[in-house]
Design a protein around this ligand. Structure first.
Ligand code: ADP
Ligand code: MG
Length: 836
């Protein structure tokens, strides 16, 4: 009943065979005016027509041209959401899924749930949802439940140029689903949206698309951006350098927002802090109480006033008063500011901005307006992320300090100056050993150009690159590596096998994974019993993947149903046998969010904070013998205690727990409980989440350790015994070092591990990483070596039947005994003798 014939002001579809549908949307005049400015609006007709007539359409357009917010609306109006069908949009980042859904709901004036989002931990999707924004992982799960995605009329893969692993897989899967749906006369449309980068990866890929898909290029109304390279090759301390650059821009250049690109949360926070100190006076938002800020401002003003006897008292009072009135800038700059800095390379000679008169610039700096400094990174709570879209307070300048999340997925309005450090933090991993490491490296040329482009959205802009053009040309890669080349793919392989794609190697990946990486993933899944073991003759040759296509086991299938890494899914499935689910769900939830407990207090915390945190964590880990329980136990107890405390925020800040992560754990517990209730045997009482969970008993703690071990069979390590080290010097160096099977170098416990003081002999670890040329283990649990033959028999070698000593009668014990020798791993670490 929503259908209407087209009204005059909407584009007319040319094709007559398909009746033109028009579903009206009632937008406000304000929204309508903002939309009209977006370059994509001029292409509406061409886009809708291309999608009507082709199964696959690629839409390339500069960031900010309106792809994400407008294309779903075009399709809604063209009837793609009619008959209960859903328009799906996938985003690689959670931030984008939530904020874009909110924005589109706002623009369409639909607040009844018709526009919704679903990310791993949360969502507001309802039965009536017609436009559904989701993370790419969520759609992959949907495909597992219904391979043909029958509820969807169109799926838009957004930000395809980011080459996130799940987006890549979705491209491969959808290319096949589209064909199947076409055969069944119920066509599904696929739209690939990308910034104008590397579209050839998708168009010229015969494996992916036999016939080249249609490409529509949206011409963006991009204003010219002058790019200023640095004369120096690069700065060692690029955070400091970006600070100086922002100060200069703010003091000397005309109005317009500043966007700074750094590599990580800590850098972002450090720079924000420094900038706020330098340009104080704007009421801070959320982080601290306004009164406190006011107090600081007042005391600083008082100090300044005393230093300024030379000036006329009246003049000073006047300025102080004025500034206090609007609660803004200090009357005078702080002493430590770099007044003496020359303008240096801030502007190249060809600049239209005439700020080369140093004295004038300095006098301007005396009255620099307040700077509205906002951080932006993916772990930031979303209500704080949203702040970048709002106009800064009257009279102040916006400065967003961001990681590369601001590169393409979010367009911050009114940015005129970009400060680009040229760096990016990337996780690298060793394809065989799985050792991961974060390295700050140069970003790619394509990414740097994206960053520069952010300055030209609303008018001509400037991009200051803190590196030279020689570095850009010679040391930057053209494009960034796709994610699939940068992380283990166990989860992917399992997901694909659960969809009965057995020959993963033949899957039409946009960029296929490395063969080594694929073998390593299969081997780990085999250890987790998620895949059928190959016959013995093939196993001996160790050429598993070449000759043997491993099938998924029932356990593997059950594991694939959870939105978790395979090893964590296995832990949950194992704990069904015990009365442990409440605890193991919490454990797994806590293990799968990022950084639940903080390693280090912020600089602003008092000096003994770390010691206090540690004390609390040790008591959570247990006492005496049970201190061996380890780091995961700290997580479980932290969650329990936080939920028990009643005041989460206060509890988190006293104990060094990240409250956003804690809230994610809470949501994940509910979700995992629901998933678990779906698979527990019928007749069993469903579990209900009990937030105020009691701490584990000694027996439960032991069972949790065994469950951890069963999920981490490839992550066993053993402390190096003193007699294994020959050189005296090494003996000191490797005193508490550990050895991992198949790894030559000794490894160390992460300095913040609770087990660093007790260093038990046998452990399993959550994660292995490299830092400053040393390899560390993180998330440590102590295990008993006797458990290994039980939980990971495939890694153990048992003394062959013929060598088995004959059973004998043990008169002390009064029974017949038979001992068996067992060793662990390829290097044959002896385990305690097994008694049968
Ligand atoms: P693209 O996907 O092509 O990069 P978008 O559709 O994301 O472009 O953005 C189009 C415009 O909508 C941009 O100018 C952006 O600033 C604006 N916009 C997006 N989200 C919001 C929001 N939450 N509030 C205000 N403006 C927004
Ligand atoms: Mg977009």
């Amino acid at each position: 009943e929503h259908k209407e014939t087209k009204s005059d002001d909407t584009p007319v579809l040319k094709r007559e065979s398909k009746p033109a549908i028009f579903v009206p949307v009632h937008r406000t005049a304000e929204v309508q005016a903002a939309r009209m400015k977006l370059p994509i609006l001029a292409e509406e007709q061409a886009i809708v027509e291309a999608i009507n007539e082709n199964p696959v359409v690629i839409l390339a357009g500069e960031t900010g041209s309106g792809k994400t917010t407008q294309v779903p609306q075009f399709l809604y109006e063209a009837g793609y959401a009619a008959n209960g069908k859903i328009i799906g949009v996938t985003e690689p980042r959670r931030v984008a899924a939530t904020s874009m859904a909110n924005r589109v709901a706002e623009e369409m004036n639909l607040h009844d749930g018709q526009v919704g989002y679903q990310i791993r931990f949360e969502g507001n999707v309802k039965d009536n949802t017609r436009i559904k924004f989701m993370t790419d992982g969520v759609l992959l799960k949907a495909i597992q439940k219904d391979f043909l995605l029958n509820n969807y009329s169109v799926v838009i893969i957004d930000e395809a140029h980011e080459r996130s692993v799940y987006s890549d897989i979705l491209l491969g899967l959808l290319s096949r689903i589209v064909m199947l749906r076409q055969k069944r006369g119920n066509p599904l449309k696929m739209v690939i949206m990308s910034a104008t980068l590397r579209v050839e990866d998708f168009t010229d890929n015969q494996r992916l698309f036999k016939t080249k898909p249609v490409v529509i290029q949206v011409e963006a109304r991009q204003f010219p951006v002058s790019v200023h390279f640095n004369k120096r090759t690069a700065f060692e301390d690029y955070v400091d350098e970006s600070y100086r650059k922002v100060c200069k821009i703010h003091r000397q250049l005309p109005d317009g927002g500043i966007l700074v690109f750094l590599t990580g949360q800590q850098e972002v926070n450090a720079l924000c802090r420094k900038l706020r100190q330098t340009f104080p006076g704007v009421k801070k938002t959320g982080e601290s109480k306004p009164d406190e800020d006011m107090e600081k401002v007042l005391s600083k003003i008082k100090a300044k006033k005393q230093n300024m006897k030379k000036r006329s008292k009246k003049e000073v009072d006047q300025r102080v008063k004025i500034n206090l009135d609007h609660y803004s800038a200090l009357p005078l700059q702080e002493q430590e500011q770099d007044h003496d800095e020359s303008l240096g390379d801030l502007v190249d000679s060809d600049q239209e901005l005439d700020i080369n008169d140093e004295s004038e610039a300095l006098s301007q700096s005396q009255t620099a307006p307040p700077l509205w400094v906002l951080p932006l990174y993916s772990l930031l709570p979303s209500y704080r992320q949203q702040k970048v879209f709002a106009a800064p307070p009257e009279g102040s300048r916006l400065c967003v300090v961001a990681t590369n999340v601001a590169e393409t997925s979010l367009t911050i309005p009114n940015v005129r100056y970009v400060v680009d450090t040229g760096r990016v933090k990337t996780k690298f991993f060793d394809k065989v050993t799985g050792v991961s490491a974060f390295h700050v490296t140069w970003t790619s040329q394509a990414a740097a150009n994206q960053r520069a482009g952010r300055a030209g959205r609303t008018g001509p802009g400037h991009c200051y690159r803190l590196y030279s053009s020689a570095v850009f040309n010679d040391e930057f890669e053209k494009f960034s590596l796709p994610d699939i080349a940068r992380r283990p793919i166990d989860d992917l392989v399992l997901q694909m096998k659960s969809m009965d794609i057995e020959k993963v190697i033949h899957f039409p990946f946009p960029t296929p994974p490395d063969i080594q990486q694929l073998y390593a993933a299969e081997r780990r899944l085999l250890l987790l019993n998620a895949l059928e073991p190959p016959p013995r003759n093939i196993r001996l040759k160790r050429k598993i993947s070449q000759e043997w296509t491993s099938k998924i086991t029932p356990l593997g299938r059950a594991m694939a149903a959870y939105p978790l890494a395979p090893r964590y899914a296995k832990m949950l499935l194992l704990s069904q046998q015990h009365d442990l689910l409440q605890l193991s769900i919490t454990l797994v939830a806590a293990l799968s969010v990022q950084e639940l407990v903080l390693d280090q207090p912020a600089d602003s915390e008092p000096g003994d904070t770390h010691r206090r945190w540690l004390g609390q964590r040790r008591s959570w880990a247990g006492t005496g013998q049970s201190l061996f329980l380890g780091d995961p136990m700290v997580l479980v107890r932290a969650v329990g205690a936080a939920e028990y405390s009643g005041d989460i925020e206060a509890f988190c800040s006293t104990n060094g727990i990240r409250s956003k992560a804690l809230r994610e754990v809470r949501k994940l517990r509910v979700q995992l409980t629901n998933e678990t209730n779906l698979i527990i045997p019928s007749g069993t009482t469903p579990i209900v989440v009990d937030p105020r969970m009691a701490p584990p008993t000694e027996l439960q703690a032991k069972q949790l350790r065994q469950i951890l071990m069963a999920g981490l069979p490839d992550h066993v390590a053993r402390r190096i015994a003193p007699n294994e080290i020959k050189e005296a010097e090494d003996r000191r160096k490797y005193k508490y070092a550990y050895r991992c099977p198949e790894m030559e170098d000794p490894v160390f416990l992460n300095p913040s591990s609770i087990l660093r003081y007790s260093h038990p002999e046998w452990i399993v670890y959550q994660d292995i990483y490299e830092h400053d040329d040393k390899i560390y283990l993180r998330g440590i649990t102590a295990i008993e070596p006797e458990w290994l033959p039980v939980f990971s028999p495939s890694q153990c070698t048992f003394s062959a039947p013929l060598e088995l000593p004959a059973p004998r009668y043990d008169s002390d014990q009064g029974r017949i005994v038979c001992h068996m020798n067992v060793t662990f791993g390829r290097s044959g670490w002896p385990l305690p003798v097994m008694e049968l």
